[in-house]
Design a protein around this ligand. Structure first.
Ligand SMILES: Nc1ncnc2c1ncn2[C@@H]1O[C@H](COP(=O)(O)OP(=O)(O)OP(=O)(O)O)[C@@H](O)[C@H]1O
Length: 312
């Protein structure tokens, strides 16, 4: 059931927007797609959705090239939101579900469930244009989900939402992932991606810089930084070969080591000297991993025209 991006390349007027990108979106897992402005996320997603052609490479679904019939089963949220402004919310959801071939009963049931799950019950009869921007965003998510999609591709589903709205959508998406469909979502909100996603794809200047499970990436980027909280003064740590003490305050210290074995030696020696209340390897936040991974590639990938457009 996996959805795979295989060696996708796309140029615009000689400028490469996506360069030999490959990654897999695994069923039942939420994959976060992160990258700076103009990194190539939307272009990649458009290619997956078939609204833009690739110059090279292919998208596969369940091991075979993705065809239009299979693609119609997908749910998506494009960067340019496209709903009918005058049509009432609930009616619009039923309409889209019917368009995908669902029976009237099932379409109505799905639409009502989503309206409730997304906290839109009181807005159900309002035309889209009367909804606040945050509610329009929720409505867009509902449209992506109403036909029971086989896969989900969401471009910036959280942009412009307050933290409560983000939580509501996170709950709905996690529930969909638990049903076993692959979900790809792009976001600039690394804290949300960190909380929500299982897998991560980092893109910069059109190239995939890292991909894999978030826990696995964290472990890979963890370095060897430890926090120790002991019962005796830790001043002696400064003299240990292979250790660089970055912070020291009485019986607490933060230090880096040249090897895991050195950290273990520090722990043993600390225990010889007295009690140790905590000994914890530092786990990097996603923002740090992101900075690490794109550090050497970040600066020129921003197109000023688009940056302004996004800032507006
Ligand atoms: N239709 C187009 N014509 C010309 N250049 C384009 C077009 N679409 C995208 N690009 C260029 O391709 C590059 C990648 O853009 P893309 O929209 O995929 O990035 P993104 O990661 O989605 O960025 P953002 O986070 O700002 O939305 C940019 O340099 C952009 O200017």
């Amino acid at each position: 059931m996996a959805l795979a991006v295989e060696h996708i390349t796309r140029t615009f007027g000689g400028r490469t927007a996506v360069d030999d990108a490959s990654f897999t979106i695994v069923p039942g897992r939420l994959t976060g797609f992160v990258g700076g402005n103009g990194a190539g996320k939307t272009t990649t997603m458009r290619i997956i959705l078939g609204v833009l052609a690739a110059d090279g490479g292919q998208i596969t679904w369940q091991g075979r090239p993705l065809d239009p019939a299979a693609r119609r089963g997908f749910g998506y949220m494009p960067e340019e939101r496209g709903l009918y402004p005058k049509m009432p919310l609930l009616e619009q959801l039923v309409y889209f579900a019917r368009l995908h071939g669902l029976s009237r009963t099932r379409a109505a049931r799905n639409a009502e469930e989503l309206v409730e799950a997304l906290g839109l019950t009181e807005r159900a009869k309002d035309p889209i244009e009367k909804l606040s921007l945050g509610n329009q965003q929720r409505a867009q998510i509902a449209v992506a989900l109403v036909h029971e999609p086989t896969a989900l591709v969401l471009d910036e589903p959280f942009s412009g939402l307050d933290p409560l709205a983000v939580d509501t959508i996170v709950t709905v998406l996690s529930e969909r992932a638990a049903r076993g469909i692959p979900i790809l979502l792009s976001s600039h909100q690394l804290d949300v991606v960190e909380r929500l996603c299982d897998d991560l794809v980092i893109i910069s200047r059109g190239r995939i810089r890292a991909r894999g499970g978030i826990d696995e990436l964290r472990a890979r980027h963890s370095g060897r930084r430890y926090h120790i909280d002991a019962g005796t003064d830790m001043g002696w740590l400064r003299g240990v070969p292979g250790v660089v003490v970055t912070e020291l305050s009485g019986d607490r210290a933060i230090f880096e080591t040249d090897a895991e074995a050195t950290a273990q030696r520090v722990l043993r020696e600390s225990l010889d000297r007295g009690p140790v209340h905590a000994f914890t390897p530092e786990v990097p936040r996603l923002a740090e991993i992101f900075r690490d991974v794109v550090a050497d590639t970040a600066a020129p990938d921003t197109d000023p025209a688009r940056t302004e457009e996004h800032a507006a």
